[in-house]
Ligand binder design. Structure first.
Ligand code: B1M
Length: 212
């Protein structure tokens, strides 16, 4: 089994120590961080999701897998951040109200920081008002929202609507993402952009904030 398949397998079993060792090994082998992330860590988490859905594993197993995911991400973080350049602008980021999933949101934050953005991370379970008030107070031109539950996706619309109600449309742009979110949904709720993964989120934010 190659090192990336081993990372996925150990993450899926929730073995955080082994995942950290293997991630380090993959880095030392010279594998690109994005490949370690996508083919190792995220692939392992996708397996966890599928087995959770099939009732083969339960919530405590998923929590262990999340811990292992963070152990792997910790090894990659310095490398992803190293790829950064000039400060490009500010973005307010968070998982929407009712949603405690924060791994994808944190990855987006790491990649944005790595690309040179200042990220104001509000964490998880963030109320619509807090997104908008923070963006206003910090003079941030963009809000990034993550949702992993179909039940929390509508909160994204509440944020987009609030931006409009406050007359801030165009001044504060909105980006949405997360496993159940799609480009079509983003259009439907009037969000300015949709990012399908963390790297793509960076490209979308660059377009929104820097026009590139
Ligand atoms: Co939960 N969970 N979970 N969970 N969990 C899902 C999402 C689920 C799909 C599992 C399943 O049934 N197969 C399911 C949702 C079903 C649905 O809504 N249709 C589910 C459920 C049901 C639940 C609970 C309700 C379970 C319960 O209590 N009975 C509960 C809800 C808690 C809550 O939020 N209120 C719950 C709890 C949890 C844990 C706490 C145990 C844990 C989260 C730990 C944490 O985040 N700190 C957890 C986990 C780990 C998952 C799965 C297994 C993995 C999610 C993950 O981290 N993926 C997930 C199954 C799955 O997704 N396959 C599942 C890895 C991460 C890198 O991917 O977050 O998708 P992701 O991010 C991607 C892209 O989506 C994108 O970039 C990232 C990749 O680069 N992206 C953005 C994300 N945000 C973005 C923002 C952007 C742009 C791109 O712009 C701003």
């Amino acid at each position: 089994m190659d090192v990336l398949a081993e990372i996925a397998a150990h993450l899926s079993r929730g073995d955080d120590e082994r995942v950290a060792e293997l991630a380090q090994q993959a880095v030392e082998q010279g594998l690109p961080p994005k490949q370690i992330l996508d083919t190792g860590l995220i692939a392992g988490m996708a397996d966890v999701g599928a087995r959770f859905k099939a009732h083969e594993i339960f919530l405590p197993d998923v929590l262990l897998a999340a811990r292992a995911m963070y152990a792997g991400m910790d090894c990659l973080k310095p490398l992803l951040l190293k790829e950064g350049v000039q400060p490009l602008g500010k973005i307010v980021l968070g998982s929407v109200q009712g949603d405690l999933h924060d791994i994808g949101k944190n990855l987006v934050g790491i990649m944005l920081r790595g690309a040179g953005f200042e990220v104001i991370d509000l964490g998880a379970d963030v109320a619509p008002q807090r997104f908008v008030e923070t963006a206003q107070a910090q003079n941030a031109p963009a809000i990034g929202m993550s949702a992993l539950l179909t039940t929390t996706m509508p909160v994204m619309k509440r944020v987009v609507d609030l931006v409009r109600e406050k007359g801030l449309a165009g001044k504060i742009k909105t980006l949405v993402g997360g496993a159940p979110v799609s480009a079509e949904y983003a259009r439907e709720i009037g969000a300015d952009a949709y990012g399908y993964d963390a790297a793509n989120a960076v490209d979308r934010v660059k377009e929104l904030v820097c026009g590139q």
